[in-house]
Design a protein around this ligand. Structure first.
Ligand SMILES: [Zn+2]
Length: 83
């Protein structure tokens, strides 16, 4: 577990942001983030999207899970890619 791939990193992202990663995983995750600029950027964008999504559906908790569309994440990732 000392070497985390970008793919694994993406899988753990949600858990990491929720503070649900076990200590050893979190350390591997953070070590990877330290070395990998792509994953750091991804984490930033992901966190921003989650935050925006939460604010947008504060009043509509029922729809919260649907209101975090994959398209939104992809759109933001695409938009940033072109810069
Ligand atoms: Zn990475």
């Amino acid at each position: 577990m000392d070497r985390m791939t970008c793919r694994a990193c993406a899988d753990f992202l949600a858990d990491y942001l929720n503070g649900e990663l076990a200590d050893d995983l979190r350390i591997s995750f953070e070590t990877h983030l330290d070395r990998c600029r792509n994953c750091r950027a991804y984490l930033d964008q992901y966190a921003a999207v989650i935050k925006a999504g939460k604010q947008a559906c504060k009043r509509e908790n029922q729809l919260a899970s649907e209101a975090m569309p994959e398209e939104l994440v992809q759109a933001i990732l695409e938009a940033n890619k072109d810069r």
